[in-house]
Design a protein around this ligand. Sequence first.
Ligand SMILES: *[C@@H]1O[C@H](CO)[C@@H](O)[C@H](O)[C@H]1NC(C)=O
Ligand SMILES: *[C@@H]1O[C@H](CO)[C@@H](O)[C@H](O)[C@H]1NC(C)=O
Ligand SMILES: CC(=O)N[C@H]1CO[C@H](CO)[C@@H](O)[C@@H]1O
Length: 714
Amino acid sequence: MRYTSLIMVLLPLLVAFLSAVTTVSGVISWTAAPFLPPSYPLAVRTPYLSAWLPQGTGAALNDVWPQFWNGQILGWAGFVRVDGTAYSFLGNPAVPGSTFTKATQTSAKFTSTQSTFVMTAGPVELTVNFLSPVEPTNLLHQSIPFSYLAVSAVSTDGAAHTVAIYNDISAEWVSGDISLVANWTTTTSSVYTHQVQLATQTQFGEFSGQGQTEYGSVYFSCIDANALTYQTGQDTIVRAQFIKNGALPNTQDTNFRAVNNDWPVFAFAHTITVGTTVSTPVKFTIGQVRDPAIEYIIAGNVYQKRSYYWWSTFSTVAALISDFINAYPTALATANTFDAKVQADATSKVSGTYADIAALAVRQAFGATELTISKASDGSWNTSDIMMFMKGIDFQRWGMLLQTFSLYICQILLCFNQNINTVDVIYPAWPIFMYTNPTLGKYLLNGLLAYQATGQYPNAWAVHDLGTEYPAAIGHNLGMDEKMPIEESGNMLIMSLDYLKRTQDTSLASTYTAQLDQWATYLVENTLYPADQLATTDFSGSLPNQTNLAATLGNTGKSATYASTAASYMISWQEVGMSSDGTHLLLEYGVQATNMLAYNLAADTLLGTGIVPVSVMNTQSTYYANNFDLYGFPIDTRSTYASAMWSLWTATTTSTAVRDAFISKLHNWLTSGLTNIPFGDRFLADTGTTSTNMARPVVGGVFILASVFESGIH
Ligand SMILES: *[C@@H]1O[C@H](CO)[C@@H](O)[C@H](O)[C@H]1NC(C)=O
Ligand SMILES: *[C@@H]1O[C@H](CO)[C@@H](O)[C@H](O)[C@H]1NC(C)=O
Ligand SMILES: CC(=O)N[C@H]1CO[C@H](CO)[C@@H](O)[C@@H]1O
């Protein structure tokens, strides 16, 4: 008897253990195309509209809650009621006293702009499509901080069914601090909108170090059709209401309270009749609007307020939402075309495996950016003054802080948050903008260039970023920004030149000749033998660019000087930078036990300069081939960390076989099941253990293989 009960206790444990093991081995009960990513983008359009579905070894859409990029839960629940029987399809809600089952996920798919889940709910098949538009050549559309959720259904048993579709969001969308008080209103016209925000707003504020904004409002909307009903109120009450009745009572809870106080949710329900033809999708939109969105330092230490580009067309958020939600069919068609183009280009230029990785990077890279305009003195929008801002998105603040502790005490106090328009974040991400619309490169750089042209930044080199905390682009007039003089100066020159070569637009180079020339001079004086505190790995990339930038500026005297300087540096650099046995480049001159991923050589292929000898690239290529770890080649001998984007930057400088090895190793890591964060860019090359680098725009750098003019030594 005793043993029997022991076995009865142990058996379920054993089963649980075995099923856990099965899960760990990555077995999922649905098909995942093109592969199961570490996390699915759901609504990812700006640094503050960033909802993901974490995967690891796999989680269905209704297994877990969506999360903000940093892992904080974003309440987003979906139910359907099929002929009176309730199923959950989104989120992981508990509704005490109500009976429902989970719809069964049969497939999950991502493309550049969409994540689509197919689920079975009794005799009906649901298709749940999350579309975050990426329209790089349409500034109006690209600047809209909204995303779509569309649910369609089809009968699978030949009979017609009544399908009620429910969706809600919680107030977790408006703050990283769930003890803060939110308030809300529901507006009802041809489009219904729940508007939610913090009751106490901090302009440009961000919950300390956490990533979510404390400013602006979240808008959750749908079209008044298909027997629309709505309700705001406590999560369990509102959801139970739908599960029981298949509709909501059109009531508002005006007891404004903390996000976590009886968890207020904001819900809509529709009812459609479903036959054997796929229904027209029921659409929801979700967005986060701040106005002004950005403050930006102009001459005289004045902080200019900047707003989203779309304000030049729509005068209210309601008008924007109405247009956006009704434009879904067009947005979907545009998205499908864009997705197909990325897929076709990446496949034909490189490979299908590469195309799959590239698709995963798209929403993440664009989702760290915002497109803004300023107001003219007469109050009209100045659409000639376009700037794109990018959030660094970086959890690695503390490591950086400790390194610079002795130099910059101020950063201890200021660097919790995440920088705006960081040069060495824009640079690795740069290729996706060059691939999709090079003009966006100008909008990313002109804020940095214009600031430095005001003369307020005191250093001889290029500034590291436009501000310590997004979205305050208030510069560094004390010159106390993070110090990466060679890297940032080189990056600015390379990007300015690349932009010019691709667009033939000389406006940046001619307007900011003085700044570019100043940085080139700085590099000539400091590059070959970088002072101790400067990153020696940065050296190789900066040389060709001085040469060519000077040439481009049409300053022939300087061009000749820079060209011969570059050539002589390259010879000296090979003498000191190559290992004594001639097999690889060294991380540190003369230190034979070191090696590195020579990603900066990619600047040479990016610009097509041909200044780095093919023999050096060949040597490195062979060295990578002989020394790969499971998930890549470590950035350098200081650790075994590999980098997603620098791996693929480097892959432009290798043989085709080594390029493909870099791609497949990154693919191995992304499909390893070891990580559930939004596309991480830094992980151990041997074990795959991930760092806290996640959701960063730098993964846009994987597009370098689709965007280089010509590749290195293929
Ligand atoms: C909610 O709070 C904001 C910010 O304090 C305020 O402007 C707005 O009027 C409030 N809305 C409601 C419905 O109380
Ligand atoms: C609009 O912006 C451009 C670029 O910054 C500037 O040159 C121009 O003076 C601005 N126009 C007005 C009317 O403010
Ligand atoms: C010294 C050197 O390598 N100069 C190169 C500069 O770039 C141009 C192309 O833009 C090359 O033709 C030169 O060889």
